[in-house]
Design a protein around this ligand. Structure first.
Ligand code: HCR
Length: 376
């Protein structure tokens, strides 16, 4: 019998969902899950997690040395993890199955200019449906900062947990005084989704991710859960090494969902216990029909109100319409044109900076922003 967090009437469908997960490897998005685990939020909204502490993003531009810029990038990155990986538990009760975006789905948002941090804009486009791939671009023009990346997942099942390998990477570009640019290649941690049997999934991060600067500074971030460095969940340890060296100049450790410290000085490094700032989005009637919240509004309303019949009817409408589009494209020998991104087979920044820390894989594709967002 599955756990108590599963409503009595959905226990058998949860058990068969878990069984089907165990048999599917790669892409979970098309599996039908029982209603209690459905989230009304589409995956295209997730890139907003990168910037919910806009002042930490802006602070990267204010750092004066190569070392302090790498520290500022690490600080901002670690401070995004709580939002990226635990916010559904806080908002929706547990990790849930997000809406699977349609090809061409868009999500636009911004964080206003406050306390001279500059305005930050966000452009997201779903660039593939199966497998789901989400491309994003974040910019703070007045600070000379951009973040371009894409996100896909490869899932497998092991020991009762879902293991999610993140595919994709992000590149942060910083305009330096005098016209030079510094780039940071950001790779992403592996996820384990635990608590499935009980019907209350949550995420633990595992293994290692990297932030490699074009100046040579490298952050190597190791993630552990309960029972490793200490008895606590959500632990990390980050080593910052100077160009060409294997010896850490600085070490940071702690819990990515609360606080961490600079081990050398004992000073506080990150503290994400205070409020974060959600992205501002246009109201539904100002949105285009391809914008996520408008596109999914009837489905999301059904899920929020517990009216799953309406939710699934509205979802089928969207999916049927999509299938028809794909058939029409096939007949006309055309493909869906991406609006904001160009696909490249190999990202030169990934290859060049990845070589410095022996990135695996050695090459990855990328989606290059066309500089044509609604804010441009
Ligand atoms: C794995 C996941 C979809 C992908 C989500 C990603 C990796 C997307 C990029 C963000 O930057 C970070 C992120 C956070 C999410 O935790 C992760 C999702 C968790 C669950 C979801 C599965 C496809 C759904 C599994 C179904 C279960 C929960 C029943």
């Amino acid at each position: 019998e599955v756990g108590e967090a599963v409503p009595a009437s959905q226990k058998s469908s949860w058990a068969s969902f878990l069984k089907s997960i165990a048999g599917v490897s790669g892409d979970l998005s098309s599996l039908t899950a029982p209603p209690f685990i459905l989230s009304p939020i589409s995956l295209t909204e997730f890139p907003a997690y990168w910037c919910e502490r806009p002042e930490l993003f802006a602070a990267i531009a204010d750092a004066k040395t190569d070392e302090s810029r790498s520290v500022a990038v690490l600080k901002w990155f670690i401070s995004t993890l709580k939002g990226q990986y635990t916010s559904r538990n806080e908002k929706l009760g547990s990790e849930k199955k997000p809406l699977n975006p349609v090809l061409g789905e868009l999500f636009y948002g911004f964080w206003p200019d406050l306390n001279s941090r500059g305005r930050t804009n966000l452009v997201v486009e779903q660039v593939s449906h199966h497998p789901p791939i989400t491309a994003y671009y974040i910019e703070n023009v007045s600070k000379g900062l951009t973040l371009q990346g894409h996100s896909a997942q490869k899932t497998s099942f092991s020991g009762g947990s879902i293991i999610v390998k993140q595919i994709g990477h992000a590149v942060l570009t910083v305009d330096l005084p005098g016209g030079a640019k510094e780039q940071f290649l950001i790779t992403l941690p592996r996820l384990r989704i635990d608590g499935l049997w009980y019907g209350s999934p949550y995420i633990e991060l595992t293994e290692t991710s990297y932030i490699q600067s074009s100046t040579g500074w490298l952050s190597t971030i190791e993630y552990k859960g309960k029972g490793y460095f200490s008895g606590k969940s959500h632990q990390f340890k980050a080593l910052l090494t100077p160009p060409g060296s294997n010896n850490a100049r600085r070490t940071f450790e702690g819990l990515w969902h609360t606080t961490s410290k600079d081990v050398g000085s004992g000073e506080l490094f990150t503290d994400v216990q205070g409020p974060k700032e959600e992205v501002s989005v246009a109201s539904l009637d100002e949105q285009d029909e391809w914008e996520s919240r408008r596109l999914w509004s009837a489905v999301a309303k059904g899920i929020r109100e517990g009216d799953f019949e309406t939710a699934s009817r509205e979802k089928s409408k969207i999916e049927n319409e999509q299938r028809q589009r794909r058939r029409d494209e096939l007949a006309a020998d055309t493909t869906w044109p991406l609006k904001h991104f160009d696909h490249i087979d190999s990202d030169p920044v990934y290859e060049e900076l990845g070589r410095l820390f022996k990135a695996n894989p050695p090459a990855e594709d990328a989606y290059v922003f066309k500089n044509n967002g609604p804010h441009q």
